[in-house]
Write a protein of this length. Sequence first.
Length: 361
Amino acid sequence: MEDLQRLETEIISAIVACDDLGGLEELRVAQVGKKGRVSLLMRELGKMSPEEKKEFGPKLNGLKNRIIDGITAQKTNLEQQELNRRLLSEKIDITLPTPPENMGSIHPITQVMDEVAEIFTEIGFSIAEGPEIEEDFYNFTALNIPAEHPARQMHDTFYFPEDAEGNRKLLRTHTSPVQIRTMISGEPPYRIIAPGRTYRCDSDATHTPMFHQVEALVIDKDIHMGHLKWCIEEFCRKFFDLDDVKIRFRPSYFPFTEPSAEVDIGCAFKDGEILIGEGDDWLEIMGCGMVNPRVLENVNLNPDEYQGFAFGMGLDRIAMLKWGIPDLRDFFAADLRWLKHYGFAALDIPSLSTQSKAGNK
Ligand code: DAH
């Protein structure tokens, strides 16, 4: 058997002297790879007497392990050196102006959120927020969707594993739970919108597992459907930048509103494009209704004293309509060419007075 001590010194010096990752890998294969020098020596153990095995087995194993450790350490070392070299060579001078080809832009979803917020805050709404990881109570039960209610099946919910008390948190399936959080935490009247991310287990050209909604809630004394209708019409006029926009309320069902309706906006489908405000076709843009008295009772409001309306709208959907974006999935594909094409310049937000310049690119 070779002089193991000499062999180790030789290999370890070669490892330490090796200054590139490719060379290090070659060394590894040549020494401890399947047919490497040390591996071949280990094979010889089979031919040895039990006494020799007892002596050389642990020695060879130790040698092999120290070589592997040495190679790992040198690898980390070389990777670190490489990283330092790159960090030095890729240093950027952040005091230089950004070259136009590197300029970022505002994502259409951010733009839509800003425009929606601008329109509603102008008519007296404030902005409310809620968590994306939500409790069953806020997402369903308090909204008059008890366990076993068939409406739960309309929401393909992402659930978290059960906690010690047997409760399962979930990713909110809509922004409606923010209604409940708002009503539980303060005193009426309420006039809020709640834009944000929502999640459902669904994916195709018009659905992504994560999408965006805005919820609106108005609660006061003497609120009626006329207020709801005006509010939605006013929003559509401003958002789509049209003086007379056609809107239709279609009776519908939501557990948290009574009566409930879906809102369609008048449009035309021309050469594969959707034109808002023209033609005889209709496109659904939101769900709405008068807040169900049961929901008010769930948050300890007296339905004989207070009433209100709510609506919920898909932000991705209205962005697609406004800027003629055909596939929802592209919003989240992080394709720079797409972002350049549909993105907005930073200074265009959020003023609506610049909207017609910023939009319709
Ligand atoms: N939460 C509903 C959904 O995601 C949308 C909705 C409908 C919200 C009616 C409302 C409403 O506030 O009144 O499908």
